[in-house]
Design a protein around this ligand. Sequence first.
Ligand SMILES: NC(=O)c1ccc[n+]([C@@H]2O[C@H](COP(=O)([O-])OP(=O)(O)OC[C@H]3O[C@@H](n4cnc5c(N)ncnc54)[C@H](O)[C@@H]3O)[C@@H](O)[C@H]2O)c1
Length: 254
Amino acid sequence: MKHDVFNFSGKVALVTGGSRGIGRATAELFAQSGAKVVIGDIDPAGSETVDEIKRYGGEAIFVNTDVSDESDVRNLIGAAVKSYGGLHCAFNNAGVLPPTVMLAELDETTFDKVIAVDLKGIFLSMKYEIGQMLQAGGGAIVNNASIAGMIAEAGISAYAAAKHGVIGLSKAAALEYASKGIRINALAPGLVETAMTKPWFDDSAMRSYFMANSPIGRFAQPEEIAGMVLFLCSDFASFAAGQTFAIDGGYTAR
Ligand SMILES: NC(=O)c1ccc[n+]([C@@H]2O[C@H](COP(=O)([O-])OP(=O)(O)OC[C@H]3O[C@@H](n4cnc5c(N)ncnc54)[C@H](O)[C@@H]3O)[C@@H](O)[C@H]2O)c1
């Protein structure tokens, strides 16, 4: 489907975690809206997102990237600039969700991994994106947090800690760079049906619990998050900076 609402012609958009789920839907929407897209992911299936984009006449590259590794992230931003001459928009979205477990049973390795990918990955991505955007005179960054960055649920303490950190990091970075033409915001999606949440949806008790607590009466599809990313990266959002935008069907409104 061709989308004409947003026009990103002449822009370069970076999406981490673009191999599947929310990242893939966003990478495809950026491409359909005219952007040249750079996908960084630890999963080589990112090249399938590139193939799909090219099938519809778009432009994209895939760069194998672990967002928790500084040299990988530096290489990713370098590849964007080398391939397409710059970087205008970035969606820092790569993330992991560990199995649900109470804090006293959470092992240190799992905690460290979640913080490394979900929080440090956002720091490293912004560090190199901002460096490039400063040279180019501006840009827009959207960091994918979660409603778990605003409220908590039992059993996801490491994830909630990382996502609360993403919101704090986004606010601090926005204050530092708003006057330099770089707008930085965070997203707080509610439950989206992706591979990440499949174990939750496959658990009928959990599915019923979330459904009963969803004011809109359903879960989101990845495309419904992608639209907000493009809006925040577009000139329609030219005065939006340092905020967290919940897209949760009303979940956090109560
Ligand atoms: N699905 C939801 O309900 C939901 C809700 C709120 C927030 N989120 C957030 O949205 C983002 C995307 O989640 P999703 O639901 O699309 O999940 P997903 O598992 O479908 O996609 C996550 C992507 O991140 C990649 N990734 C994981 N670790 C990486 C690493 N170290 N380096 C690079 N890439 C890595 C994976 O390979 C995958 O392509 C995550 O940050 C997640 O926390 C998801």
